[in-house]
Design a protein around this ligand. Structure first.
Ligand code: 4AD
Ligand code: MG
Length: 432
């Protein structure tokens, strides 16, 4: 007899098959038992009818507890009443592993409780849907960059440099030398872009941020492309194409997950329409000031209410261009006509999800970079290799970084970035 996965039920209607899975939930009356089954691929219903199975099978079905693992044998049928569309008419049940007093019951639980039980919470339908979307974004990312001629280069995670500022570093001892967990692979990717032209990385990134917001993780995954002979305008086009491609991929391949998450697909479709609006930092400040944000002044960083207002103003992802130099890292290219701004753009997601991309054209002038390093109190000898790039055939180049979990959170339409990582690392959480 064939062992199938729930997700493939549609190809087995009318066949008797076996499925290995778990009991997510159960309902039974005197004559019939409904088992909510899950096998990792999907969730569907198993039906056990008293008159159609041996007495002991029906008794066993009635006694099953939540999260018992089992192998069921039965016939796949269409089930037009359910969202999934199929069910299994169970003929036999073999219990594989018992489960008693499963802590996460169908009733409501508090977030702390659920986070403490993240290893089990992942089994629930909503978390399952979120991880499907996350996986689709990862798949789409590789597809997009491979199709556009990029090569994946993996920067190191243990580093001696701190390009995004020294306050947010996880320190570690590297055989007596101070080292950090990588807060961006960018500088290494710039070196790689000079070797391979178009490169990208996709890996874990660490920020010892003492931020307790719904957007901050201390460990997250960042997607970072870097492109030689590319100016900022072209980089922005690639960024919007990439984001639209991800949204379209989720629409195409995660229909069921979006239903589980009750995400409005019509709204998501509007995010596939290009181009995304662009507004300068200067104009964004004016827009805010004219709309009741009297506290904000030129040179300030935008907080989340500011970003939310700007994004809602356009109801699409929006690029904010040319930020003040005073609040930007050393490696960004200064504006050719103004010395107070740099060629940087952040992409702000709609619906209050905030910044999902940070990117810039890179500075290429040796003396300028050296001066900026000194201003940031970064040691010249730590960056000697980076300065070499400007000595040996430097070219214009641009790149950006997209945070995976923030993008998952936005596309899923969920509350908090902690649900976008399988085992999130937060300010006060490193368990489980
Ligand atoms: O804006 P950031 O700090 O940019 C960089 O690190 C650049 N070096 C990237 C580059 O140009 N290659 O971070 C990029 C993105 C943010 O827009 C956000 O999506 C995500 O990384 N991010 C975080 N996500 C979750 N938790 C945090 N603490 C994050 N910090 C940044
Ligand atoms: Mg940023």
């Amino acid at each position: 007899m064939e062992r199938i996965r729930i997700i493939d039920s549609k190809d087995h209607v009318g066949e008797v098959v076996q499925i290995g899975g778990w009991v997510a939930n159960k309902r039974s009356s005197g004559k019939i038992a409904f088992l909510q089954l899950r096998d990792g691929s999907a969730y569907f219903q198993g039906v056990v009818v008293k008159n159609e199975v041996p007495e002991e099978v029906f008794e066993l079905a009635k006694s099953l507890t939540q999260e018992t693992s089992l192998v069921v044998t039965g016939e796949i049928r269409e089930d037009t009443r359910s969202q999934f569309g199929y069910e299994i008419g169970i003929q036999n049940i073999e219990v594989i592993g018992e489960s008693h007093d499963y802590p996460i019951t169908p009733k409501e639980h508090g977030t702390d409780f659920l986070m403490d039980h993240r290893h089990l919470w992942l089994r629930s339908r909503k978390q399952h849907a979120i991880m499907q979307v996350r996986n689709e974004l990862i798949r789409a990312t590789y597809a997009f960059f491979n199709d556009h001629g990029f090569i994946k280069i993996d920067p190191p995670i243990l580093t001696s440099s701190a390009p995004e500022g020294t306050t947010e570093l996880f320190h570690t001892d590297y055989f007596g030398q101070e080292a950090y967990l990588s807060q961006t692979g960018q500088l290494y990717l710039e070196a790689a872009a000079m070797a391979f032209g178009k490169v990208f990385s996709f890996g874990p990134t660490f920020r010892a941020e003492k931020s307790k917001t719904r957007r901050h993780l201390t460990e997250f995954w960042m997607m970072e492309p870097e492109m030689a002979f590319v100016h900022q305008d072209e980089s922005l086009e690639i960024q919007e194409q990439y984001v639209a491609f991800m949204v379209q991929s989720v629409l195409d391949n995660c229909d069921y997950a979006l239903d589980v998450l009750e995400r409005d697909k019509e709204v998501l479709k509007t995010y596939t329409q290009l181009p995304y609006p662009r507004i300068s930092y200067d104009d964004a400040v004016t827009l805010l000031q004219e709309n009741g944000f009297e506290d904000i002044k030129w040179g300030d960083d935008f907080g989340s209410p500011h970003e939310t207002f700007i994004a809602n103003h356009y109801s699409k992802p929006v690029f904010i261009l040319n930020y003040p130099k005073s609040m930007s890292p050393f490696y960004m290219k200064p504006h050719p006509d103004r010395d107070d701004v740099v060629i940087r753009a952040d992409l702000i997601a709609p619906e209050g999800y905030g910044e999902i991309i940070g990117g810039s054209e890179r500075a290429v002038d040796y003396d300028y970079i050296l001066e900026e390093l000194h201003k940031d109190n970064l040691k010249e000898e730590d960056y000697a290799w980076y300065l070499d790039l400007q000595k040996y055939g430097s070219v214009p180049h641009s790149g950006f970084g997209l945070g995976l979990e923030r993008t998952v959170t936005w596309i899923c339409g969920i509350e908090h970035v902690r649900e976008a990582a399988p085992f999130p690392r937060l300010l006060h959480r490193i368990y489980p």
